[in-house]
Design a protein around this ligand. Structure first.
Ligand code: EPU
Length: 417
């Protein structure tokens, strides 16, 4: 299994281009199931989760080509199976995103329920509740959701928790339902609006995406389209912290700083100098790194997917910072590895108290999930000596060649095969 080796202590400098957003590309791939026509996608990041999604679509009979240049061509004109098998869903929870499109277009689906996850229990009850309100019968049998319907109809769905893929699943299902669906307390993440843009370009009638209430007027069918995926705001945020933590000077390009307002504002509070440009932004790390509390919340607030990376930064702060994780109940696994590197972190339920100013020293550490892996690389970039991060397959699920991009910014980092 691959590992990543980092020698810390080098301030990063230069320019890095951001890839397409994994979490926007995954629902876009699932949306191909909504039409018999061809869908052309651009700016798809060539990462493991995307290839898993492609494999899943192929198992169902979708002609799916995903290329390393970021383009993908999908045609679901000859779907032969409406089943998402356990073997694929267990490796990627976002496979649940095929549920809504399958029920909407084929009136049936059999999708393995994703099990537990390293970061929390992550149920999908709201996806199922919404589909039931829209006229689907859903049973859980042998670990699978089995859904069928004579035809979906519009419904008023009030979600008691903000869910990103739940909103996406129900928005896709509603595009082909009869009548109007209203999704209340919907997620507002940029990935939701990107999916809405794609669906509109396929003929869907959607309003209100980007707000807490989304209205979808169902249409009889959708058609093919071409769509460019938005840049990955979490990859951009990860490089922003890489610059700040190493007291570097990095220009982060091909991204949308407007999607990162909370993260960049927070970075500014910690003393980093952030300059916004037209195609991205520049982060100049400054001494001292000021310790500042943060709490994760749904967009537009500070994202849970940046919490681990921010914790790495706070280990180098000039005081103490409380990090509160409100989205997932177990997303502090990286803290235990950072402690092994010398960080002073106390976990109490959903809060972590990070006492800064402790020099980190390189160690062998284990990545527990995608963003945890990234945070351990960031810690390794400032640690004395060598850090070796194991289980980097988590990293490969969502970051495109992160070690090569960091190396081009001057980091002493390599993949060990
Ligand atoms: N929840 C429920 N019931 C549901 C669905 C969600 O209670 O039916 C709860 C979850 O347990 C959690 C909260 O709602 O406590 C939010 O979860 P959400 O459904 O929004 O998460 P997700 O859609 O499964 C997406 C991203 C995650 C990201 C979260 C939160 C994709 C493919 N994944 O997951 O990304 O952390 O939203 O922003 O879009 C990552 O990229 O590293 C990653 C984990």
């Amino acid at each position: 299994m691959d590992k990543i080796r980092v020698m810390g202590g080098i301030p990063l400098s230069g320019r890095v281009g951001i890839s397409g957003a994994k979490n926007a590309a995954l629902p876009a791939l699932a949306a191909s199931l909504l039409t018999a026509d061809t869908l052309q996608l651009e700016n798809i990041p060539y990462v493991r989760d995307i290839l898993t999604a492609r494999n899943l679509l192929e198992v169902m009979g979708v002609e799916a080509e995903v290329r390393e240049d970021g383009t993908a061509t999908l045609n679901a004109g000859r779907v032969r199976s409406c089943e998402a098998p356990y073997e694929l869903v267990k490796t990627m929870r976002a496979a649940i995103l095929v549920l809504g499109p399958l029920v909407a277009r084929f009136k049936k689906a059999r999708v393995s329920l994703p099990g537990g996850c390293a970061i929390g229990s992550r149920p999908v009850n709201l996806h199922i509740m919404g589909l039931e309100l829209m006229g689907a019968k859903c049973d859980v049998v042998h670990g699978y959701v089995e859904a069928s319907t004579p035809g979906l109809h519009g419904a008023h769905v009030m979600m008691d928790t903000v869910t990103v893929t739940g909103t996406e699943n129900l928005m896709m299902a509603a595009t082909l339902a009869e009548g109007e669906t209203v999704l209340d307390n919907a997620a507002c993440e940029p990935e939701i609006s990107d999916l809405a843009d794609l669906l509109r370009s396929m003929g869907a009638r959607i309003q209100g995406d980007g707000t807490r209430t989304i209205r979808i007027e169902g249409v009889r069918e959708l058609h093919g389209s071409r769509h460019r995926i938005i840049p990955d705001r979490i990859e951009a945020g990860t490089f922003a912290i890489a610059s700040a933590i190493t007291r570097g000077d990095v220009e982060i390009t091909k991204c949308n700083p407007g999607h990162l307002t909370a993260v960049l504002t927070q970075l500014g509070h910690t003393g980093a100098e952030v300059t916004i440009g037209s195609d991205g932004f520049r982060v100049r790390g400054r001494d001292p790194i000021v310790s500042k509390n943060v709490a994760t919340h749904p967009y537009p607030a500070f994202p849970t997917d940046m919490q681990a990376q921010y914790m790495a930064l706070m280990t180098q702060g000039d005081g103490s910072a409380v990090i509160t994780e409100t989205i997932f109940e177990n997303r502090f696994m990286h803290a235990l590895e950072m402690i092994r590197m010398g960080a002073d972190i106390t976990i109490d339920g959903r809060q972590a108290l990070v006492r800064g100013g402790k020099p980190l020293s390189g160690a062998r550490v284990l990545a527990s999930d995608l963003r945890a892996s990234a945070s351990l690389i960031l810690a390794g970039l400032v640690a004395r000596g060598e850090t070796v991060i194991d289980r980097v397959y988590h990293l490969d699920r969502g970051y495109y060649h992160i070690e090569q991009k960091l190396a081009r910014l001057g980091a002493n980092i390599e993949r060990i095969r």
